[in-house]
Design a binder for this molecule. Structure first.
Ligand SMILES: *Cc1c(COP(=O)(O)O)cnc(C)c1O
Length: 344
């Protein structure tokens, strides 16, 4: 029985071309900036995001905390969504490591935070208040249905940040999914951001790594922050080599993951006892709910696992499935059948 693992796009294994590239990678000591493969990946990443420079980090979490710590001093405040990855799932790193105060405002179902609410959250200059320094956005928005944020929305928040003397960080862990879904260049989505991170290890299927992109000056400082965090890596070309293949070969195929996610969502919509908003599924992430009290999300995941289909139970009545490299349309049909049987 083949296992169909839909828990996350992080479970992807490297492509044969990536393994080949890792084997052949030219290496050096990246802390001395002498790894040619890392240098090449960083140059490619900067170019893809329309920024001057980039920095390879271990993970998306390290990328976000590196950016926040580089932009902010202790006691500064960051405005971010209450369902953002940085607030929910990064072990409180911005406060634990940076002494940065998170000021959350409600994420809308489409992953945005409203410009009016951001404006209202910005602190006036007063000794009682922390200094508002940074706004963070997330594209696509993981917890909000994997929704892509539009160029217009991102530019509106960037204009607000600029007008109020704040900086903008974009957690673009899945920015290429957003770009593909919207039919725009990723550069356009990153244009207004002072820093942007994206992950190699999700839909792009590389084994490890994320990139931080920004101005040359910002990246020079971020390099120091990465060192503080213990993230200075030596022959990191082993990682970067797979990342180069990810950027060259794995971006356009994300469209296939989005089609498969839609296919899965439509299948789930036809199953009794489950509820889903098919319209919300615009990228690779599919959220759905158990309806009624006949079945729990826990029971469903356990029954599915017995049939070789893995999905994530993410809390009261709610489930998540993510499509990715290695999952075919046939696999989706098998998964739909298994979900129908498990729900019966
Ligand atoms: C996965 C993810 C991250 C963190 O990436 P890791 O590599 O798992 O640390 C950050 N932001 C978002 C939106 C993510 O989905």
């Amino acid at each position: 029985m083949k296992s169909i693992d839909l828990r996350s796009d992080t479970v992807t294994l490297p492509s044969p071309a990536m393994r080949e590239a890792v084997y052949k990678a030219e290496l050096g000591d990246d802390v001395f900036a002498e790894d040619p493969t890392v240098n090449r990946l960083e140059q490619m990443a900067a170019e893809r995001m329309g920024k001057e420079a980039a920095l390879l980090v271990v993970s998306g979490t390290m990328g976000n905390v590196t950016c926040v710590l580089t932009h902010c001093r202790r006691g500064d405040e960051v405005i971010l969504g209450d369902r953002s990855h940085t607030f929910l799932y990064e072990a409180g790193g911005v406060s634990a490591l940076g002494g940065v105060h998170p000021h959350t405002i409600a994420n809308q179902p489409d992953g945005t935070i409203l410009p009016d609410e951001i404006a209202a959250a910005i602190r006036p200059d007063n000794v009682h208040f922390p200094r508002t320094r940074l706004i963070c956005l997330e594209n696509t928005h993981n917890r909000c249905a994997g929704s892509p944020l539009s160029v217009e929305y991102t530019n509106a928040v960037a204009a607000l940040a600029k007008k109020r003397g704040l900086l903008l960080h974009l957690d673009g862990a899945r920015i290429f999914n957003a770009a593909i879904a919207l039919g725009v260049d990723a550069k356009e989505l990153a244009r207004g951001a002072d820093s942007v991170t994206f992950c190699l290890s999700k839909g792009l299927a590389a084994p490890v790594g994320s990139l931080v992109c920004g101005s040359a000056e910002f990246i020079a400082e971020a390099r120091r922050t990465r060192k503080v965090l213990g993230g200075g890596m030596r022959q990191a070309g082993i990682i970067a080599a797979a990342g180069i293949i990810a950027l060259e070969q794995m971006v356009d195929r994300l469209a296939e993951d989005h089609e498969n996610a839609k296919r899965l969502a439509k299948g789930i919509a036809n199953i009794d006892g489950l509820s889903i908003n098919v319209e919300n599924v615009r990228t690779d992430i599919v959220y759905f709910e158990v309806a009624g009290d006949r079945l729990t999300a826990q029971q469903l995941t356990v029954e599915l696992a017995k049939k070789g289909v893995k999905i994530l139970n993410i809390g009261p009545g709610r489930l998540r499935a993510v499509t990715h490299y290695g999952i075919t349309a046939d696999d989706i049909d098998i998964a739909i059948k298994a979900i129908r049987e498990a729900a019966a």
